[in-house]
Write a protein that binds this ligand. Structure first.
Ligand code: AMP
Length: 143
């Protein structure tokens, strides 16, 4: 079953964490790396990835969860501030049946504006480098 599959160290987020693949990094500390989703469901869509090798929330070591969530909240505050967002949508998918496509735990943070809809998960289309660079700079400046 996908939900309890072994961790694959070749997944794309593991490669990003090891610096083998590029990303639009907005934040890093000892427990997480946060970077822009390059197929955003909305402007500023950010992913917060723990450095621990956990496929999903169910097998994240409980003793690493608290510090990770503190970092998720820290990034969430910067994302909200950068976009002066009216709201913030947080997604987290577990297993293929749960909508997960990259099997390393991550939280999605999407700043929201009143009356503006979201693109569907996985149907965002690739953002332009120009937009990603601008959003990266705005979020970094908001910490
Ligand atoms: P999930 O479906 O919850 O596993 O989400 C995986 C997310 O990773 C999707 O929203 C993808 O758009 C995003 N994604 C895939 N490859 C990359 C990448 N190289 N850099 C940034 N985001 C990515």
């Amino acid at each position: 079953m996908h939900l309890f599959r072994p961790y694959d160290p070749q997944n794309i987020f593991a490669k990003i964490l090891r610096g083998e693949m590029p990303c639009f990094k907005v934040y890093e500390d000892e427990v997480c790396l946060a970077f822009l989703d390059i197929f955003p469901q909305g402007p500023g869509h950010t992913l917060v990835v723990p450095k621990v090798a956990a496929t999903n929330l169910l097998n994240m070591p409980a003793d690493a969860l608290g510090t990770y969530m503190v970092s998720v909240q820290k990034v969430a505050k910067a994302v909200q501030k950068a976009f002066q967002a009216d709201g913030l949508t947080v997604f987290q998918f577990n297993g293929a049946a749960g909508g997960q496509t990259v099997f390393h735990l991550h939280f999605h943070l999407i700043p929201r504006q009143e009356g503006v809809g979201l693109k569907s998960h996985g149907q965002g289309g690739k953002a332009s480098e120009e937009d990603l660079l601008a959003h990266q700079a705005a979020i970094i400046a908001a910490f």
